[in-house]
Write a new protein. Structure first.
Length: 290
């Protein structure tokens, strides 16, 4: 049982975490802060937080658990804003979709207190944002990636594992580098492709007419294009090297398909499609896939 959660970022991810903790009986009080005062107040009205703090620093005052649920580009600024009230009894976590940039920010901003911070990535979310969509079930049955660094205290890692398991997560550990390489392939690049597809169609003179004819396949493929622009702007910029490597693989695979089409190599085209079909058929979603 935690006495107080200091929640920095009262949107979908942070709000859902607060609700999940409350339902599990793991926290007595939630003090929240968001950059927008109206968001913080809305979170209080909805019962997501108990007290609205006027600053990130005051949100962590008296907290023994702190969660950063802010865009990854805001991580370092947020750490600098709260570092003066950190103490050895605190557990600090985040929910960022990239990890190397986050741990680098933690090293710079937290300095000797970086061991209190356990970098985390819950593999879940929705295409809608905002505290109005916060859901205590958002994390239930989902994969949670913990990416500790050499200075992360083992006691804090154990605490973090226990918290996430208590709200229903399947917890796995990997390095920040392994995390960013893997998610560039299975999350960041797919989002980039969905954004590009929608822009390519919408930018055509007949784009609206084309979209009016789209069916379930297009709906499923393009769903993630509706994701939060600010969040994904920061994710794509932060993981640009790994995304670039995955984009090169994708461009090669796309070029192979185009070459077969242009040359009329239907047998080879069928082979490539079959290879993709078999790979997809043998893939089994892990907890957190959505």
């Amino acid at each position: 049982m935690f006495e107080q959660l200091g929640l920095i970022g009262c949107g979908l991810m942070g709000g859902s975490f607060a609700l999940a903790l409350k339902r599990a009986g793991l926290v007595k009080r939630v003090v929240g802060y968001s950059k927008s005062p109206s968001t913080t107040e809305r979170a209080r009205q909805l019962g997501v937080i108990d007290i609205a703090a006027p600053s990130a620093l005051l949100a962590v005052s008296g907290a023994d658990l702190v969660l950063l649920a802010v865009p990854v580009a805001a991580t370092e600024t947020t750490f600098k804003a709260i570092r003066h009230l950190l103490n050895p009894g605190m557990l600090i976590m985040d929910v960022g979709s990239t990890k190397r940039d986050v741990v680098d920010a933690a090293r710079r901003a937290l300095k000797q207190d970086v061991g209190l911070f356990v970098p985390c990535h819950p593999v879940t979310g929705r295409e809608v944002s905002g505290v109005e969509h916060a859901d205590a079930d958002l994390y239930a049955g989902k994969r949670l990636i913990v990416t500790p660094i050499e200075r992360t205290r083992m006691s804090k890692i154990d605490q973090a594992d226990a918290v996430w398991r208590a709200v229903g997560c399947d917890v796995v550990h990997m390095s920040p580098e392994q995390h960013d390489a893997a998610f560039a392939a299975v999350s960041h690049l797919p989002h980039m492709l969905a954004f590009a597809l929608m822009n390519s169609i919408a930018g055509q003179a007949d784009g609206e007419a084309f979209l009016s004819l789209a069916g379930p396949g297009f709906r499923d493929f393009s769903r993630i294009a509706a994701s939060d622009p600010q969040v994904w702007r920061d994710v794509l910029a932060a993981n640009r090297e790994e995304i670039g490597a995955q984009l090169a693989h994708f461009q090669q695979a796309l070029a192979e398909l185009q070459q077969c089409i242009d040359a009329g190599q239907t047998d080879e085209l069928e082979r490539l499609i079959n290879h993709a079909s078999m790979a997809r058929a043998h893939w089994r979603p892990t907890p957190g896939s959505r």
